[in-house]
Design a protein around this ligand. Structure first.
Ligand code: FAD
Length: 392
């Protein structure tokens, strides 16, 4: 089995890459471990940056998000010192988010790719990428019926996430790994409940962080800072709602609209970036290249950006014999990845602090209050926030 570009993984990175390569006329195949039904229902990201929307628009991939997505431009901070709102569409570069659930975007991308003749091998798990540095890479796979097979390609795009085969196949010593555990854990929740605020809500509370993010008119994502190691199912729904209301200070600012909790996941906030993002004929894209904590909602946006850069570079090389884009791919992506990591790290510091009565915790809490006060009052700080919050 052979193709020019073998794409591992049909998430946002793999499917944007597949669609763009197909538009350029480059032969490619996507291998995906899961079944399509799983991809169409796997709820994760929801906030698309303006730059991401522009990339999707440019390639005719934005019809669904224009029809069903919603513009979003306000966030609200609730703290011990009161609450304040930032309308970031009037700050920084004046850009806004589009709220569009990731599983809907993935569904659109998949539909468009297959309708135009694109080939996705579902229930096919990549096992290892071999010979990436020989110029004749191959990928061993386990097919839907459990049988092994081998694919050959000129290039392999590792879009298979943090635990995928692409990362696993990198020889020891060929890349540098930057890993950081931020020491914070979230319980990520999806509730069958309409949003309670017309803003992203960030509650900074002595009991821990709580977050509110709209997904659709009927579904809202909530986050609760959670003690590490606690199983996702440990708290009853009533306890979750009570804790959300307490941290979001609903007695002061109005109640939350409760509903059934349909999904819970424990997320340890971690960063994990590899450098460089190329090993011979193997390129890392999206979460496979750099995992970012969801604190600033950047992961899917970085995945789309990297996929668009790689698609152009692969087309230039394969169709015009120009390798410059492929040579520059890693450095260009890493610039965006590190800017996003820096902002995301800053957000983690803004929203969480060490708890407890000791001196260090009190010092950090005072710093955090000062940082929030600056964000509430300083126009230049707000401009900086807006530019990084919506940008990739
Ligand atoms: P993935 O979406 O993980 O796709 C990888 C694909 O590869 C999967 O379909 C997987 O099944 C497949 N695969 C894995 N291994 C193999 C293999 N061996 N062989 C074949 N296929 C394989 N980002 C934002 O930008 N905004 C947000 O608001 C946001 N919120 C988030 C909330 C949560 C709770 C979480 C967990 C993440 C959030 N993110 C957000 C991050 C975002 O979801 C990811 O960054 C994004 O999914 C990355 O896309 P990807 O295509 O690189 O990887």
């Amino acid at each position: 089995k052979a193709t020019d570009v073998l794409i591992l993984g049909a998430g946002p990175a793999g499917l944007v890459l597949g669609n763009l390569l197909q538009d350029h006329g480059v032969d490619c195949v996507v291998l995906e471990r899961a079944e399509p039904a799983h991809l169409r229902t796997r709820a994760r990201a929801g906030f698309l940056a303006a730059g991401t929307v522009r990339i999707l628009e440019r390639h005719g991939l934005a019809d669904g998000l224009h029809r069903h997505g919603r513009a979003h431009s306000t966030c609200e901070f609730r703290t011990t010192d009161g609450r304040f709102r930032l309308d970031y569409s009037r700050l920084g570069r004046g850009e806004r988010h589009t709220v569009y659930p990731q599983q809907q975007l993935v569904t659109d991308l998949l539909t468009r790719f297959t309708a135009a003749g694109g080939r996705v091998e579902f229930a096919t798990e990549a096992v290892a990428v071999l010979g990436a540095d020989t110029g004749r890479p191959s990928v061993t796979v386990r097919e839907a019926d459990g049988r092994p097979a081998t694919w050959r390609a000129r290039y392999v795009a590792g879009c298979d996430g943090r635990h995928g085969a692409a990362r696993r196949s990198l020889p020891a010593g060929s890349v540098r790994r930057h890993h950081h555990d931020h020491g914070v854990t979230w319980l990520g929740l999806l509730a069958e409940a309409p949003p309670s605020l017309d803003a992203v809500g960030y509650a900074v509370h002595e009991r821990g962080f709580a977050g509110h993010m709209a997904r659709t008119r009927e579904i809202t994502r909530y986050y609760l800072q959670y003690e590490r190691g606690t199983p996702a199912g440990a708290w009853s729904e009533d306890r979750i709602w009570d804790e959300l209301e307490l941290r979001m200070r609903t007695t002061q600012y109005g109640p939350l609209r409760r509903g059934r909790i349909t999904q819970r996941a424990v997320v340890d906030l971690e960063s994990d970036v590899l450098e460089p993002l190329r090993h011979g004929a193997l390129f890392l894209v999206g979460d496979a290249a750099g995992l970012i904590s969801p604190s600033a909602a950047k992961g899917a946006n970085l995945a789309v950006l990297a996929a668009s850069l790689l698609a152009r570079a692969l087309a230039d090389d394969l169709l015009h014999g120009d390798p410059a884009g492929l040579d520059a791919y890693s450095a260009r992506c890493l610039t965006s990845i590190w800017r996003a990591q820096e902002f995301s790290h800053w957000m983690i510091g803004l929203l969480h602090g060490p708890s407890g009565p000791d001196g260090a915790a009190l010092f950090h809490d005072a710093l955090r209050r000062s940082r929030l006060a600056s964000l509430r009052t300083s126009r230049s700080h707000q401009d900086w926030f807006a530019e990084h919050y919506v940008g990739v």
